[in-house]
Design a protein around this ligand. Structure first.
Ligand code: ZN
Length: 189
């Protein structure tokens, strides 16, 4: 496992839509190596998730894990999930505005996300999974899968809400945490 460099906004890899991994290649050394590096790099950077584009790879692979995350203390835990060829289905019209950050973008901003999703993907052993994701977990899935399509939070955020982490902490953090904590209590995730 290797901690890889994370591409920053402006790097072309972030804008190239990733390519589906052939099922027969999932067990192979190349794909397993990318999965290992994604996990290691995400944990090293305290990310809630990481997509293959962010380390310069072109495969449709994301990893997600939330566990007492210092970057996002209000996020309920999500066990380590490796998702190969993930597909999201929006289940209804309910949305929530989430202030998001990204390891590839030095800003945070408000993004409207669907609250209720069905997610399908293969894990690193090639087993197929299908389950529902709600609330902030659903937001994390949408953020990571956006990366696979070459989309960044700066494309989706209300431009007037973009701010540095420092100014977020100073001026917006308390109000956001109060609102999102109420939302998490309501939705349960
Ligand atoms: Zn991101």
């Amino acid at each position: 496992m290797t901690v890889r460099d994370i591409c920053s906004i402006g790097h072309p890899a972030l804008r190239i839509p990733a390519v589906a991994v052939p099922e027969a290649e999932i067990a192979g050394e190349r794909v397993q190596g990318i999965v290992d590096d994604l996990i290691d790099t995400m944990r090293h950077a305290n990310g809630a998730g990481l997509a293959a584009n962010q380390i310069g790879e072109t495969d449709r692979i994301v990893v997600i894990e939330v566990n007492d995350n210092p970057r996002y203390p209000y996020k309920p835990p999500i066990p380590l999930t490796v998702a190969i060829n993930p597909q999201l289905e929006v289940l209804d019209g309910e949305t929530v505005v989430i202030n998001e950050g990204c390891l590839s973008v030095p800003l945070r901003g408000d993004v409207a996300r669907s609250v209720n999703l069905r997610v399908r993907y293969f894990d690193r052993h090639g087993a197929e999974h299908c389950h529902e994701a709600r609330g902030l977990a659903a937001g994390t899935w949408q953020h990571e899968c956006d990366h696979l399509d070459g989309i960044l939070i700066t494309d989706r955020a209300d431009p007037a809400t973009l701010c540095t982490w420092e100014e977020f902490e100073r001026h917006h953090r308390d109000a956001f945490i109060e609102r999102i904590t109420r939302f998490v209590e309501l939705v349960g995730s």
